[in-house]
Each structure stands twice: as structure tokens, then as C-alpha cells.
Design a protein around this ligand. Structure first.
Ligand code: ZN
Length: 459
């Protein structure tokens, strides 16, 4: 103490200053208060040390001298000094005012600190791209249908993108062959429902994620159910309705094409973002479904754009008609398709027109910081090719056309049960025999599907 009182006027007190103005940042006030309280000194020379992009910024750093009166009464154990906090905005007139910001003690707990570390890469991305909105990602409610190879990858990547609200639906159990292909499961999961097994694995990687696993079979059209099962199928329909209604985005990643029909219809009806990913042997498809037709069942969406198609529209499924019951895929395909699907999600979420954004084509100019926002991406591993495709909603689509949605709105689940129990019902309604919806097939994608002229895309 004696030393300080004798020599403090010869010392330069430094502190890290986050400000960039011509005057010291607010932290100096606290620093001076500390010096005054701790050593009872009345004048200091100080250095506001500043950095720019991690390097010392001596031009912006400041040196100054501050004099201040000796504090009175601070030694009292019950004395509470007046505190100057952050500058905020008044609600309403948005004028600046000095407001006291309470210290958020939650930020000091280990879980919050871990979460801060887990989103650090996103914050660093935010420095490069100020348009990145972490809260938008954090609060997006994602419904992942299918917890197999694609579902595991997509769930994990969504967490990497900062998504913290996940619901995963699956009707199957983990089997031994899945362990090396479905990246989240381990040997002990064998025999456990995927919807149950995936939850702790996601929580282990990201404790902050709110994840719910739901074991449920998704009702499929043209697959009559017995009277004894009617009640449970109806319950599943209602549950899926509620899940889609409470979600912001739905990923269609189930291992059969027909199980994507009802969720596709629901997303079109509710105008929810839907993203489909599927792989054949060496090729993959990733696409976002177009916006719904709105209350008036228009061929245009709410922004007046021609509605983009869904994965059951003719343009999207032309290659699906080359169906082979292929269950084998090149090992890298799932990761690539999953990565594309999640990137597509992040781009839609940050696009000013969101679900209504028109489809971009490779080679177009874009001002969007994440790049192009295509409607469909079709890739081929052997050809090292990626094509971007746009297809409008088809008038005779059995999932998103106005005719189908009109019937669904009129009859509700009665319509769905007819589609399930009467194999030709959808065909009779749309007038089109849709080969896409098949029964008891595995993923109905061809071994290879055509990719436009091997054109490489920048997406
Ligand atoms: Zn469609």
C-alpha cells in the first residue's frame, strides 16, 4: 500500500478497451473506481489498449490522465455505489438512455460456457458475414423425419449450424449393419428404437439441444390398414399433423418414398419449409419444396411467384420412374447429400424471401452471403457433377396440387384415410397414375439418374 501511494503517479495503468471512439470506453470508469477503492489514489495515467482483427492497434489506442475525488463512504460494508451500466434504447422512441444492465449469472455456469464454445465458430462466421442470425438458427424448430443414415447426419449438422430445437421421428430400430452407416449409433444401440437411441447421442454432443425422439410409423397412401390398426394409424396422422404445424422446417429423410407423401402434403398445406434428401447408388437429390398455395389455393405463392414443386411433382420425379430397388449406396453419398440439405436450410432461413425465394441456377450472380439458393440439386459422384434444377408445382401432383389440397381441406383426415385405404384413390383424384408412390419398396431412386451435362455448380 505504501508503495502504491508513493509511486502510482509514475505508473501507467493499462486496460483492454473494446471501444474505437476518440475517447476511452466505459470500462475505464469501472477501472478507476476499482483503483480508487483499492488504493485510495486520486489521479492515474492510463492506457486504453486496443486491437484490430487480433493485432495491436496503436493508432486507436489512447493514453490519458484522469483525476477523481476520493470516494466517501465506500468502506462501509453496506454501501452500494451508483453504477453506470450499458447504454440502451428506450422502448418506443428508440432514444439512447443509460440503463442498468443486470449481470446475467447464468452466463457463468459451466453449461452456458460450454454452449458459448460450441457456437464460437458461428460467431466467427458472423464476423465475416454480419447477416448471420444465430437466434434465427437457435430458435428454428426442426422436424427430422427418419433417423437413419441421412437423419443422423442431418441432425448432427443442424446442431453444428446452431439449431437447438429438434424433433426426430422414426419407426425402426437400430440393427448391426446400421452401426457403420448411421453415424450416431453404437453397438449398444442395437435393438433400440432409433427415435430413442438418437436422443442421448445428440445430447452428448450438444447438451444445450432440446431434442425429442418420437417412435412412429408415418402413414403411407395406398396401403390399406385393417380395422384393428385403424385407430393407431389415425392417431399417427393426427400426431404428424400437430408435429408439422408446430415446426418451422421439415426434413424428409425416411427410407421409403411413399412415407414422404403425407408430410409433403402437410407442408404444402401449412406453407412450411420442407427439404428432401435422397440417394441412389452413386447419385443424390436434395431439394426444397415450394411454398404452399395459401388460403385461396392459387398457382402462385403469397409473393406472386409461380409455386415451386415438391418431390412428388412430375419435374422432380421424372428420374424416380427409373426405379430400381437399390439399397446400396456409395459410402460418401449420405454425408454429401446431408451436407447439401442442411446448407440449403441455412440459406432459406437467411434469405429475405424465405420459403418463397425463387430457385437459383448454378452460374447466376447472387448477392446472398451464403450463395445461391437452388430449388433442386442433383449430384453424381462418378461424374463429379452437380446440377441445379428448377421445377414448378404440377397441377396433377398427388401431394401438393390444388386439387389434392382442396380435398384435404374439405375432408381432413377422412381424405387421408381414403388415400391410405384405397390404392387408386389418388390416381382417380388427380387423373394421373403416379408410379412414384409404390408399396413395400425401398428408397425409390434409380442407381444413377441423369445429371445435366456434367456442369459443375458453385452451390
Ligand atoms: Zn408436388
Amino acid at each position: 500500500m505504501h508503495f502504491w501511494r508513493l509511486y502510482y503517479h509514475e505508473l501507467l495503468f493499462g486496460f483492454y478497451d473494446h471501444g474505437h471512439q476518440d475517447y476511452p470506453g466505459w470500462a475505464l470508469r469501472n477501472y478507476i473506481a476499482f483503483l480508487s477503492l483499492r488504493w485510495k489514489i486520486e489521479k492515474v495515467q492510463f492506457l486504453c489498449y486496443r486491437e484490430r482483427r487480433g493485432e495491436p492497434d496503436l493508432e486507436k489506442s489512447l493514453i490519458g490522465e484522469a483525476s477523481f475525488a476520493a470516494p466517501h463512504g465506500w468502506d462501509g460494508s453496506d454501501y452500494v455505489p451508483e453504477i453506470i451500466g450499458w447504454e440502451g434504447e428506450k422502448a418506443g422512441d428508440r432514444k439512447k438512455e443509460k440503463i442498468l444492465k443486470p449481470i446475467d449469472l447464468d452466463s457463468l455456469n459451466p453449461a452456458s460456457q460450454d454452449e458459448e464454445k460450441q457456437v464460437m465458430h458461428l460467431k466467427l462466421m458472423g464476423w465475416r458475414h454480419p447477416s448471420l442470425v444465430l437466434n434465427k438458427l437457435r430458435s428454428a424448430r426442426c422436424l427430422v423425419l427418419g433417423a437413419g443414415a441421412l437423419g443422423c447426419e442431418v441432425s448432427r449438422l443442424l446442431m453444428t449450424w446452431g439449431v437447438r430445437k429438434l424433433t426426430v421421428v422414426d419407426g425402426g430400430c437400430v440393427a448391426i449393419p446400421d452401426i457403420v452407416k448411421q453415424s450416431l449409433y453404437v453397438d449398444n444401440d442395437c435393438g433400440v428404437p432409433r427415435a430413442t437411441a438418437i436422443v442421448p447421442h445428440l445430447k452428448e454432443r450438444c447438451p444445450a439441444v432440446e431434442v425429442e425422439g418420437i417412435q412412429m410409423e408415418i402413414p403411407v397412401p395406398g396401403n390399406p390398414v385393417s380395422k384393428t390398426k385403424m385407430s393407431s394409424v389415425l392417431d399417427n396422422c393426427k400426431r404428424l399433423q400437430a408435429l408439422v404445424a408446430s415446426s418451422d422446417v421439415v426434413f424428409l429423410l425416411t427410407d421409403t418414398w411413399e412415407s414422404r407423401w403425407f408430410p409433403t402434403l402437410l407442408c404444402a398445406n401449412e406453407n412450411k419449409i420442407a427439404i428432401t434428401a435422397a440417394s441412389g447408388y452413386d447419385s443424390y437429390l436434395v431439394m426444397r419444396h415450394g411454398a404452399g398455395p395459401g388460403h385461396n389455393l392459387s398457382t402462385e405463392d403469397a409473393l406472386g411467384h409461380q409455386r415451386l414443386g415438391c418431390c412428388f411433382c412430375n419435374d422432380s420425379t421424372s428420374f424416380v420412374n427409373l426405379v430400381l430397388n437399390e439399397t446400396v449406396a456409395l459410402p460418401g453419398l449420405t454425408s454429401i447429400a446431408s451436407g447439401k440439405a442442411v446448407e440449403l436450410f441455412a440459406r432459406i432461413l437467411h434469405h429475405e424471401e424465405g420459403i418463397h425465394a425463387p430457385g437459383d441456377i448454378a452460374g447466376m450472380d447472387t448477392e446472398h452471403w451464403l450463395g445461391l439458393l437452388p430449388h433442386q440439386m442433383q449430384g453424381s459422384l462418378p461424374e463429379c457433377a452437380l446440377s441445379t434444377v428448377i421445377g414448378n408445382s404440377s397441377n396433377d401432383c398427388n401431394a401438393c396440387s390444388n386439387g389434392v389440397l382442396s380435398e384435404y381441406r374439405r375432408e381432413g383426415l377422412d381424405f387421408i384415410m381414403k388415400a391410405i385405404n384405397q390404392p387408386t384413390y389418388l390416381k382417380d383424384l388427380t387423373g394421373v397414375s403416379n408410379n412414384v408412390i409404390k408399396l413395400d419398396t425401398c428408397l425409390t431412386l434409380p442407381v444413377s439418374f441423369p445429371v445435366n451435362s456434367g456442369k459443375l455448380s458453385s452451390v
